[in-house]
Write a protein that binds this ligand. Structure first.
Ligand SMILES: Cc1ncc(C[n+]2csc(CCOP(=O)(O)OP(=O)(O)O)c2C)c(N)n1
Ligand code: SF4
Length: 250
C-alpha cells in the first residue's frame, strides 16, 4: 500500500486563484483535500481530473493538473476512456448529485459495474446548487427546494437515492465509502479515506466510490455553521457515514 508523505502546507497542485464557490461551501474544502492528496502521492503530472457540470464546473481552473470538462453526467464515461487509453494516469471523476445520480445515473452505474480503475468523488449536497437549488435525486423527504416548495413528497417525486447502498449491490467495486466534512475530525477522516481510494487506484486495485455529505449554505438558506449542523443532525441519519466495502481490508 502506497501511503505517501503528509504535507502541512498549501498544496502546490491547488492554484493560487479566487474560487467561484460560495463562502463556507464544501466544494472548496474538498478541492483542497484532493490537491493535498495529489501532492502527497506526488502524482500531479499523471493525474487527470474530470470536472462535472455543476458548481465544480471550473475545477480545472483550481487544480493544476491535466483535466477534462465533461458534459453533464458523462464524467465517468470520459474517465473510463482516459484510463483505458493510458492506464498509468490517475483518473478522478468529481461530481455533484444532479450530475452523478440524475442525468448521469447510467454512466455512474455502468462504470461502477465494470469496475473501472478510477476514483469517483461524489459531492452530495441534496440540491442542484449551480442552477439555484432545485430538487436533486438525493433531496430528503420533506426538504424544501425551489422545485419542491412544500417539501419533497415521495408520492410525487419518489424517495431520495442512496448512492453508496446502490453501488454496493454490484460485484465489481473495490472500495465504497460515505464521508462528511463537518468538523476537523471528519475532515481528517475523509482525507484518509479518499487517500486510500486513490492509493488503491495507484496500485491498480479497481473502482472506488467516495461520497461526501456536502453543504450548500446558499441554496439551503443557512449559515455555513448551521448547514454543517444539519448534515450532522439530519442528513447523516438518512445517509449513514461509513465504509460500505473495502476489498483491500477483506
Ligand atoms: C445537459 C444539461 N442539462 C442541464 C444542465 C443544467 N445544469 C447545470 S448544473 C445542473 C445541476 C448541478 O447540480 P449538482 O450536480 O448537484 O452539482 P452542484 O451544483 O450542487 O455542485 C444542471 C441541471 C446542463 N448544464 N446541461
Ligand atoms: S451554490 Fe451551493 S454548492 Fe454551489 S458553490 Fe454555492 S454553496 Fe456551494
Amino acid at each position: 500500500m502506497i501511503t505517501g508523505k503528509i504535507l502541512y502546507k498549501r498544496p502546490k497542485t491547488l492554484k493560487d486563484v479566487n474560487m467561484s464557490y460560495c463562502p463556507g461551501c464544501s466544494h472548496s474544502l474538498m478541492n483542497k483535500i484532493l490537491c493535498e492528496i495529489i501532492d502527497e502521492f506526488d502524482i500531479q503530472k499523471k493525474t487527470v481530473v474530470i470536472a462535472p457540470v455543476g458548481c465544480a464546473v471550473l475545477l480545472y481552473d483550481y487544480i493544476d493538473c491535466d483535466s477534462v470538462e465533461a458534459a453533464h453526467g458523462r464524467a465517468p464515461a470520459i474517465a473510463t476512456g482516459i484510463k483505458r487509453v493510458n492506464p498509468d494516469n490517475i483518473v478522478i471523476s468529481y461530481q455533484g448529485d444532479g450530475d452523478l445520480l440524475s442525468i448521469g445515473m447510467a454512466e455512474t452505474i455502468h462504470t461502477a459495474n465494470r469496475g473501472e480503475n478510477i476514483t469517483v468523488v461524489f459531492m452530495n449536497n441534496a440540491v442542484y446548487g449551480m442552477t439555484g437549488g432545485q430538487m436533486a435525486p438525493t433531496t430528503l423527504v420533506g426538504q424544501i427546494t425551489k422545485t419542491t416548495p412544500s417539501g419533497r413528497n415521495p408520492e410525487n417525486e419518489g424517495y431520495p437515492i442512496r448512492a453508496c447502498e446502490l453501488i454496493n449491490t454490484l460485484e465489481a467495486p473495490y472500495f465504497i465509502a460515505r464521508c462528511k466534512v463537518t468538523n476537523s475530525k471528519s475532515i481528517m477522516q475523509t482525507k484518509k479515506i479518499l487517500k486510500k481510494a486513490i492509493g488503491y487506484q495507484i496500485n491498480k486495485k479497481g473502482y472506488s466510490f467516495i461520497e461526501i455529505l456536502s453543504n450548500c449554505p446558499t441554496n439551503w438558506g443557512m449559515k455555513p455553521k448551521d448547514s454543517n449542523k444539519w448534515i450532522q443532525e439530519v442528513m447523516s441519519k438518512y445517509y449513514p457515514v461509513k465504509i460500505f466495502r473495502d476489498k483491500g481490508e477483506a
